[in-house]
Design a protein around this ligand. Structure first.
Ligand code: HEC
Length: 98
C-alpha cells in the first residue's frame, strides 16, 4: 500500500512537472516577449500556432522554432532562436498538445 501511494504520488508529480516545464521553457527562452497563450503580441498566440499545425510533426515545428520564419501569420518575421535548440522539441510537443 505504501509503495502504491508512493508510485501514485511520483506519477502525479511527474505530470504536474511536465506541464510546468513547458511553460517554464518558453519563459526561459524568452519566447513570451512575443508569444502569449491567447493574447496576440508580436507573434501569433500559442493557440493559433497549435491550430495551424494540428496533426503536424514535432520535428517540423521544432525546426521552425530554431530557424524562425516569416509570412505565415503576417508581415512580422520571427528571428531564428538557435539558443532554444535543446528545448525546441519539448516546446513543439507542448504547443501541439494545446
Ligand atoms: C522577436 C519576437 C519573437 C520571439 C522572441 C519569438 N518569436 Fe516565435 N514568432 C514570431 C513571429 C512574428 C512569428 C510569425 C512568423 C510568420 O508569420 O511566419 C512567430 C512564429 C512562431 C511559430 C510558428 C511557426 C510557423 O511557421 O507556424 C512558432 C512555433 C514559434 N514562433 C515559437 C517560438 C518559440 C518557441 C520562441 C522562443 C524560443 C519564439 N517563437 C520566439 C515572433 C517571435
Amino acid at each position: 500500500m505504501k509503495a502504491l501511494t508512493a508510485a501514485l504520488t511520483a506519477a502525479a508529480l511527474l505530470m504536474a512537472g511536465s506541464a510546468l516545464a513547458s511553460e517554464d521553457l518558453v519563459k526561459k527562452n524568452a519566447c513570451i516577449g512575443c508569444h502569449d497563450m491567447s493574447a496576440k503580441k508580436v507573434g501569433p498566440t500559442w493557440k493559433d500556432i497549435a491550430a495551424k499545425h494540428k496533426g503536424g510533426k514535432v520535428e517540423e515545428l521544432a525546426a521552425k522554432i530554431v530557424s524562425g520564419g516569416k509570412g505565415v501569420y503576417g508581415k512580422i518575421p520571427m528571428p531564428p532562436q538557435p539558443k532554444a535548440q535543446a528545448d525546441s522539441a519539448a516546446i513543439a510537443k507542448w504547443i501541439l498538445s494545446l
